[in-house]
Design a protein around this ligand. Structure first.
Ligand SMILES: Cc1cc2nc3c(=O)[nH]c(=O)nc-3n(C[C@H](O)[C@H](O)[C@H](O)COP(=O)(O)OP(=O)(O)OC[C@H]3O[C@@H](n4cnc5c(N)ncnc54)[C@H](O)[C@@H]3O)c2cc1C
Length: 454
């Protein structure tokens, strides 16, 4: 749609005025109009292009689209921006060749900065493909940011040296403002959350649990945070990665304890379930205590599957310096909460994106499969999943996704929610099956896909 809009806006409403004041022939005149219009639209796309890649994007706050949807749109706007820049360069090159101005103008700095911007835009598109993102995400990210800065600088000098402070540079101010705003809010969020000494515990060979004490974030479905572990790689302290967040209290078992006179030592007002006060004195209080003796329900827990980058360096630690940028909603999922039944399908570490859903809806079924090497992860989930009555956990075997979804369609529910969080292949399977069943049967499906990748 957006692509078509750009095409239409670049194609309509051109009119000749001959004889031309700059002595252009009708062909040169038309080419120059196309060149100037595509150049201008490209500049107008820049703020949008950066906005759609931002974590702190006001459009995210007012729409119920997910961050991954905005990233998808970011990629499409980038492609359209590149096409506009290429058409701008080719058409005006042709005009300048035809009129003989090429010899002089091509040596001017404004021209050369324009070439820098167009060539680097094309390089950005090439280096942003899935191949390079998978090869090394950190390398992709650093290169992407550096190239983006050079593209903006190129665009700046291209117009300033040619037209002075006319109008075009305002688009660049807007683009920089959007970028700066995102970075500033990130800094505020990290500062607000503070520095933490996280407890890192190894769960088998491939996973670690990171308990970050002190934070009081409610467990809500679809929330993530970007974690910084600056001590792990001091050469790149800015490196941060997205992880699903869950309250640490969900991973602990609590037992009720009866206390007389006053709550148990360490029990906070949050932990007191039922307090009856008489003449200002507490006469009876039922408090909730962790079986391990720790009282309190604050703290955020990440469970991380070790990959080949920074996460590979995570090892047992009793005080790992951790900073968090978040929490950010990945999806709004409000439609799912209105469904009659919610089926949660997880693969491996994808369980972390499903835990909050098990608490958010009264009628859920959890289906989770893990490799046999992740037995320790299943054990780690004992407490948190103990309240989920309808669950199927496969260790070392695949889930029968077809049967799971067919059961939902045949159960007679009017509206079924499906959340899938796992490897890309599993997400694709579920998406295809849900689309098929939704078309064929009476049950309406609401699907949420969290593939843990962008
Ligand atoms: C919304 C979301 C939630 C996630 N939640 C969890 C979770 O709860 N537990 C968990 O173990 N993993 C989770 N992941 C995946 C996790 O972010 C990556 O495994 C982690 O970033 C890999 O770090 P690494 O340096 O070891 O990566 P590398 O081994 O260098 O790269 C492995 C792959 O991870 C991806 N990746 C790397 N860095 C980033 C980044 N900064 N942003 C996005 N993707 C990246 C790339 O696709 C890359 O190909 C989540 C991912 C997303 C997008």
């Amino acid at each position: 749609m957006f692509f078509l809009l750009n095409l239409v806006l670049c194609s309509v409403n051109y009119s000749h005025s001959q004889p031309h004041p700059w002595f252009y022939t009708p062909r040169e005149e038309m080419l120059s109009y196309i060149g100037y219009r595509t150049g201008h639209i490209a500049y107008a796309l820049l703020p949008l292009l950066i906005l759609f890649s931002s974590r702190n994007n006001f459009l995210l706050w007012i729409t119920n689209w997910s961050y991954s949807t905005y990233l998808l749109l970011h990629r499409w706007i980038a492609r359209i921006f590149a096409i506009q820049a290429i058409v701008h360069s080719i058409t005006l090159l042709q005009v300048y060749r035809d009129t003989g101005e090429y010899i002089t103008d091509s040596k001017m700095p404004y021209w050369q900065w324009g070439i820098v911007a167009t060539v680097l835009t094309c390089a950005m598109i090439a280096f942003s493909t899935l191949y390079f993102r998978r090869l090394s995400y950190e390398f992709f990210l650093i290169l992407h940011i550096l190239l983006a800065i050079f593209v903006l600088v190129g665009c700046w000098y291209h117009v300033i040296l040619r037209w002075g402070f006319n109008f075009y540079h305002n688009w660049l101010y807007a683009a920089c403002a959007v970028w700066f705003f995102d970075r500033l809010v990130r800094v505020f969020r990290v500062a607000k959350n503070g520095l933490h000494g996280a407890v890192v515990t190894e769960i088998g060979p491939d996973h670690v649990r990171v308990d970050i004490p002190g934070l009081r974030w409610a467990s809500q479905p679809g929330y993530i945070a970007f974690a910084y572990f600056p001590g792990l790689n001091p050469l790149r302290p800015w490196e941060n990665h997205p992880f699903s967040i869950n309250a640490t209290s969900l991973f602990r078992s609590y037992r009720p304890a009866l206390a007389h006179g006053s709550p148990s030592i360490g029990a906070s007002s949050n932990d007191a379930e039922n307090e009856e006060k008489s003449a200002g004195n507490v006469v009876q209080a039922t408090v909730v205590q962790d079986t391990s003796g720790v009282v309190g329900t604050s703290g955020v827990t990440l469970i991380i599957k070790k990959n080949t980058g920074l996460t590979r360096l995570l090892k047992s630690n009793s005080r790992l310096l951790t900073l968090l940028d978040g929490p950010y909603p990945q999806s709004h999922g409000s439609g799912l909460l209105k469904c009659d039944h919610v089926l949660l399908i997880g693969g491996g570490i994808g369980i972390m994106g499903l835990i909050a859903w098990t608490r958010a809806h009264p009628n859920v079924k959890l289906a989770w499969s893990v490799k046999s090497s992740a037995q320790a992860l299943v054990k780690e989930m004992d407490v948190v999943l103990s309240d989920v009555l309808d669950k199927e956990i496969e260790v070392g075997a695949r889930l029968n996704i077809d049967a799971l979804l067919k059961n939902e369609a045949e159960a007679g529910y009017g509206k079924v929610g499906v959340v899938v969080c796992g490897p890309g292949g599993m997400c694709d399977d579920v998406r295809a099956r849900v689309a098929g069943l939704g078309r064929a049967g009476k049950t309406t499906f609401e699907l949420e896909v969290d593939a843990f990748s962008w």
